[in-house]
Design a protein around this ligand. Structure first.
Ligand SMILES: Cc1cc2nc3c(=O)[nH]c(=O)nc-3n(C[C@H](O)[C@H](O)[C@H](O)COP(=O)(O)OP(=O)(O)OC[C@H]3O[C@@H](n4cnc5c(N)ncnc54)[C@H](O)[C@@H]3O)c2cc1C
Length: 381
């Protein structure tokens, strides 16, 4: 049983503890799912999570604000049970983040469907020529009578190929660089939308490279004002970056649980591995790293839930520390399992694959360092 003592920290209210306990119970009965048909598994997970009411924190009704502590607790709990369940949950939030924060009443109607698990969403920012450097995005959005015409490519788009709608960031040209991007809501059945390639990665998730060719979107598809797409994307990432840290925390906690069970049952030289002081040192480092990550993740969530409009520094620290630490914790767990650590069918082997991409997407670790340094240097870096 994973350590739940952190739920007594003053960051949380009773409703958070109740939510986490109820979700843990749901996970114990419904997860993990079979990952062999990854598209089918994701569709089923979104539907099941929606039916259970667990997708409610992923979007905002008119007048609501994100409850980041609940978002993070949900991701941590799901990740501890099944990485694909965390992915399915997270993408409903990230995909629709710009609509939640900046959408018109008409656009927000989609949220009823994504929060119920009746529609799948995606967040399309990365392009073949621009990932970390968002300001270099090339996909074009040309103003035409009654709407916009979009041309270009996006890649590494989670849920690409299974999503019902995509929030797309494209160059509308109000100004050069970051100030010339706008966000649009694009239904997957829009003529001109074409999947070029399904991308396979170390921990399989639905992921695609797609092209838009003269795709027409009506004026009503523009999210917020033209030219505000970069600021909107950063505001969405501000909310969801700590939740990437929370998912990493869930993976790390699971790795520690697996390692604890292993070192107490596996015997070397006539005694459990856990009796060796060097092994105890590793366990101590794992537990310490996990607590430090939890403090940073839930600090960021609590600061935002307490009313801070932006949490750029806290979010970057939470994501950087929690993902890097989880990689170390999981690596240690693999080591403590010996040969079984790298063997298919063992949880620590799949955690080893699951954690890797979290250090890259939604801002690679070195990009988080740059963000933190800018904040610490007061914007003069
Ligand atoms: C599994 C997975 C899922 C993804 N899902 C999505 C999605 O749903 N939507 C989406 O839009 N994108 C998604 N991405 C794309 C992801 O956000 C990008 O891969 C990421 O932003 C890095 O961009 P890049 O791959 O172009 O690498 P580059 O931008 O080429 O960067 C490569 C490396 O260079 C270094 N680097 C880059 N910039 C700096 C800097 N300023 N300072 C210091 N070092 C730097 C870092 O080490 C970085 O890892 C996903 C990626 C993966 C792997």
């Amino acid at each position: 049983m994973a350590d739940r003592s952190f739920l007594d920290w003053p960051f949380f209210e009773e409703r958070h503890r109740d939510w986490a306990a109820a979700l843990d119970e749901w996970c114990a009965h419904n997860l993990p799912v079979d990952h062999r048909d990854v598209d089918g598994a994701c569709r089923a997970l979104v539907a099941d999570l929606g039916r259970g009411g667990w997708l409610r924190p992923t979007g905002l009704a008119e007048g609501e604000t994100f409850d980041l502590r609940t978002l993070c607790l949900t991701r941590e709990t799901l990740a501890r049970h099944d990485g694909l369940a965390d992915f399915a949950f997270a993408m409903q939030g990230l995909g629709m983040g710009a609509v939640s924060l900046f959408g018109t009443p008409e656009q927000r109607r989609w949220l009823d469907r994504t929060r119920a698990g009746a529609a799948i969403s995606a967040f399309a920012l990365t392009e073949p020529g621009s990932g970390s450097d968002v300001a270099a995005s090339q996909m074009s959005a040309q103003k035409v009578a009654g709407g916009w015409r979009l041309n270009g490519e996006k890649t590494y788009i989670s849920n690409g190929g299974i999503a019902d709608l995509y929030v797309i960031f494209a160059r509308s040209g109000e100004a050069p660089g970051a100030r010339g991007l706008s966000a649009f809501l694009l239904p997957a059945d829009t003529p001109g939308f074409e999947i070029l390639e399904r991308i396979e990665v170390v921990a399989p998730h639905p992921l695609a490279h797609f092209r838009l060719t003269d795709a027409f979107l009506p004026d009503s598809a523009l999210i917020g004002a033209a030219g505000k797409g970069f600021a909107q994307a950063m505001a969405v990432l501000d909310v969801f970056r700590p939740s990437v840290g929370a998912a990493a925390l869930g993976f790390a906690r699971r790795a520690l649980d697996e390692a604890l069970a292993r070192v107490q049952s596996r015997r070397v030289q006539g005694a459990p591995l856990a009796d060796l002081q060097l092994v105890q040192g590793h366990i101590a480092d794992m537990a310490l790293g996990i607590d430090a990550s939890a403090l940073l993740v839930y600090r960021a969530a609590w600061v935002r839930d307490s009313g801070a409009p932006r949490i750029t520094r806290e979010a970057a620290m939470a994501k950087l520390h929690a993902t890097e630490t989880a990689q170390q914790v999981i690596d240690t767990a693999v080591q403590l399992f010996g040969g079984d650590g790298v063997r298919k069918g063992f949880m620590v082997e799949s955690l080893y694959r699951e954690i890797r991409a979290l250090r890259i997407y939604e801002g690679a670790s070195d990009v988080q360092r740059v963000v933190i340094a800018r904040q610490v240097l007061g914007g003069s870096a």
